[in-house]
Write a protein that binds this ligand. Structure first.
Ligand SMILES: Nc1ncnc2c1ncn2[C@@H]1O[C@H](COP(=O)(O)OP(=O)(O)OP(=O)(O)O)[C@@H](O)[C@H]1O
Ligand SMILES: [Mg+2]
Length: 334
């Protein structure tokens, strides 16, 4: 259960086309992340799957049956939003139980499912509290609990962590991954954060302006981006794009090299430059190097103890086999 197929799904709002003939296969139990810049259509695509928006054309299949015209409640999907909207006057227990109560389940069954969800989500000690007595992360767990008890065929998450601070985001990211390992239920997770996409996904779907740019595992996309958009979107810090003589020296018109794939020397190398800003993160240093003929600095990643000063001369050399080449239209050349 939890296999979802999109067949040429398009969506327009009035005369604005937002989703363009999207084809997608989601396997049962997969953790799929939709990632892309703001406004690219991630939430719309998720809402189409949930049935909260009608498709303009195309078909949505859930577990082999046509769900295109089905009401949201009939699709057996649970959605968790960025703003988790708990009922403030209800306890945690009542919040989690709410969908089961609405569905008319027996008291025993509700108690058992709430207890299971609370155990899975480490909420057992908080069941009698009100939402205002919880931290942001705990509230988000209650919202997830409310989704879990419905035992859906798939979970749909729309940026569920973006209201949380950085440290809590990292924690919740791990908790959701762990939850997926435990439940083994299909999850579709929307984010604009490529780090979340890389760390959580079995399969990443990169969206841009309502179209799928590429689908693949995190490492597929990192190693073999299909085009400049994906190359620049996946990976942190971003891939450097280099043109002109510096690119031709490496056998391409436009090439891309990731910051972690540049060797740095003070004596010789492929590209001569001067150090601009260096960012010391403790574990790493990101060196921003001005190379002749390049409009923007080239970022190189090196060790945390690396010391070079603003204005020093450095040489950068792409590591063998790590140069990505792109044609005039931005497609990767293999
Ligand atoms: N009800 C609507 N009517 C008209 N246009 C809409 C509607 N909902 C969304 N859009 C437009 O559709 C496009 C995609 O919106 P969507 O919310 O899916 O983007 P998103 O990728 O989720 O962005 P974000 O990362 O900012 O949440 C945007 O250009 C948006 O303005
Ligand atoms: Mg959105």
């Amino acid at each position: 259960m939890g296999q979802i197929t999109l067949d040429k799904v398009s969506k327009s709002f009035g005369s604005t086309d937002v989703i363009h003939a999207v084809d997608l296969e989601i396997e049962d139990g997969e953790f799929v992340v939709f990632v892309g810049p703001s406004g690219c259509g991630k939430s719309t695509l998720l809402r189409l799957i949930a049935g909260l928006e009608d498709v303009t054309s195309g078909r949505i299949m859930i577990d082999g049956t046509d769900a295109t015209g089905l009401a949201p409640a009939k699709r057996r999907l649970s959605m968790v939003f960025q703003s988790y909207a708990l009922y403030p006057h209800m306890s945690v227990r009542q919040n989690i139980a709410f969908p089961l109560k609405m569905a008319g389940e027996s008291k025993d069954s509700i108690e058992r499912k709430v207890a299971d969800a609370a155990r899975t989500l480490n909420l057992a000690d908080y069941l009698d509290r009100k939402p205002r007595q919880l931290s942001g992360g705990q509230r988000q767990r209650v919202a997830i609990g409310r989704a879990i008890v419905r035992e859906p065929a798939a979970f749909l998450f729309d940026e569920p962590l973006s209201n949380l601070d950085a440290a809590l985001r990292v924690n919740m990211r791990l908790e959701i991954s762990e939850l997926h390992q435990h439940l083994k239920t299909t999850m579709i997770y929307v984010t604009h954060d490529q780090v979340e996409a890389m760390t959580m996904a079995d399969k990443i779907v990169v969206l841009n302006a309502g179209r799928i740019e590429q689908i693949g595992s995190p490492l597929d996309l990192y190693r073999n981006p299909a085009n400049r958009f994906v190359a620049g979107f996946i990976g942190s810090p971003k891939m450097n794009f280099v043109e002109g003589d510096a690119a031709r020296g490496q056998g391409g018109e436009t090439i891309g090299v990731r910051p972690e794939h540049l060797d740095i020397s003070t004596t010789d190398g492929a590209w001569k430059g001067t150090v601009g800003v260096s960012e010391h993160l403790g574990s790493d240093t990101f060196l921003h190097v001005h190379v002749d003929g390049q409009p923007t600095p080239i970022t190189a990643r090196t060790g945390g103890e690396f010391t070079l000063s603003h204005g020093d001369t450095v040489y950068l050399t792409p590591k063998a086999g790590k140069v990505h080449k792109f044609d005039g239209s931005g497609l990767a050349v293999r």
